[in-house]
Design a protein around this ligand. Structure first.
Ligand code: NDP
Ligand code: OXD
Length: 314
């Protein structure tokens, strides 16, 4: 049984090595450019595969998306009707939590201002709010959101979350659905976004949403931290909100267009922290063992966790 590895822009060599070593050489791994019979492929491990590629595999049994977000994959209207499994893996989760916590502390401890002062050799101590005085609003309380929420709460932040459905086991206030969004935003000083990109969430981070954020917080204005997807945000509205003071700062890992064009004013904006979609990388060592274990379960007839709901889009 052969696995097709197809990940746009990624070096396949370490992935193939990791698949082969974790399977003790039991699985053959091929790439789209390589000579192979499409009929021999039963599983595909993919990241943004060329539209139509998966439809060309007549014996495909399951698709493993090599990231947590499936928006790019679901955009292929020819996808075969087989289970799509997305990555849920402690390695990826911890990496995301590191990034979110790093950004939350960066803004809490006023690092953008201190960096600007450093550039001017200016020694000026600012009043320092405590984490417990900052109300974090976390959009998306899934695998990644839950872990970030736990760690942010342990650091003392006052965390509430927004999700699509009730979360009976949550240990923080939960706001559910569109009706609860205004109340959620009104108590948010730091908006952390870990939503998937779906038809319901596209463009949600816009002027109207920023206008609903709390303006009376200890940070001097609300801060936006987005590691979900660039399609969630309207960048022109972020820039306008930063310039009008409606937003006091932003940390962005994802963008409407990636790579972020060199002409984007976000690059040089003094209130913006930019990272190039690296909040939580998918690594061969972190992920291949889990995919192979899932394939073994699937072949034993067991149901796989983390199957994507195509209707909901995540
Ligand atoms: P999950 O599917 O586990 O969680 C998604 C969460 O978003 C759930 O809480 C869900 O609500 C909520 N949600 C979805 N749609 C809506 C909506 N319309 N209104 C309110 N809440 C909604 O995803 P993960 O936590 O694993 O990942 C989240 C996203 O992070 C990924 O989709 C991906 O885009 C992004 N990501 C980015 C990376 C990076 O490096 N920048 C790396 C990895 C992921 P409910 O619980 O009610 O279903
Ligand atoms: C993902 C990503 O979805 O890397 O995992 O963005």
């Amino acid at each position: 049984m052969t696995i097709l590895f197809a990940a746009e822009g990624w070096d396949p060599a370490p992935w193939i090595r990791a698949f082969e070593s974790h399977s003790g050489g039991q699985r053959r791994v091929v790439t789209p450019g390589q000579d192979h019979d499409p009929a021999e492929i039963h599983y595909a491990a993919v990241w943004k595969p060329r539209p139509g590629l998966l439809a060309s595999l007549p014996n495909l049994r399951a698709i493993f998306n090599l990231g947590a977000g499936v928006d790019a994959l679901l955009a292929d209207r020819t996808l075969p009707d087989v289970p799509i499994i997305r990555i849920v893996n402690p390695d990826l989760t911890v990496r995301m939590t590191e990034w979110i916590v790093l950004q939350a502390l960066f803004h809490l401890r006023q690092m953008p201002t201190y960096q600007a002062q450093q550039a001017r050799r200016e020694w000026r101590q600012l009043p320092q709010p405590a984490a417990r005085e900052v109300r974090i609003g976390l959009m998306g309380y899934g695998v990644l959101g839950r872990d970030s929420a736990d760690v942010l709460q342990r650091l003392g932040f006052d965390v509430a979350v927004w999700a699509r459905r009730p979360q009976p086991d949550a240990d923080c206030p939960v706001f559910v659905g569109k009706e609860a969004l205004p109340a959620f935003l009104a108590r948010t000083d730091m908006l952390v976004v870990l939503l998937p990109l779906t038809p319901d969430t596209r463009g949600i981070l816009d002027r109207a949403l920023f206008a609903g954020l709390a303006q009376d917080g200890v940070l001097g204005g609300p801060v936006l931290i987005n590691a979900g997807r660039g399609g969630l945000q309207v960048e022109a509205d972020i820039l306008a909100a930063l310039d009008s003071g409606q937003l006091a700062g932003a940390s962005l890992d994802v963008f409407e267009t990636e790579p972020l064009p060199s002409t984007s004013p976000l690059w040089t904006h003094p209130k913006v922290v930019i990272t190039p979609h690296v909040a939580a990388d998918s690594t061969p060592e972190g992920l291949t063992g889990g995919i192979l274990a899932d394939i073994a379960r699937f072949e034993r007839g067991e149901t796989l966790p983390n199957e994507v709901d195509r209707t909901a889009g995540y």
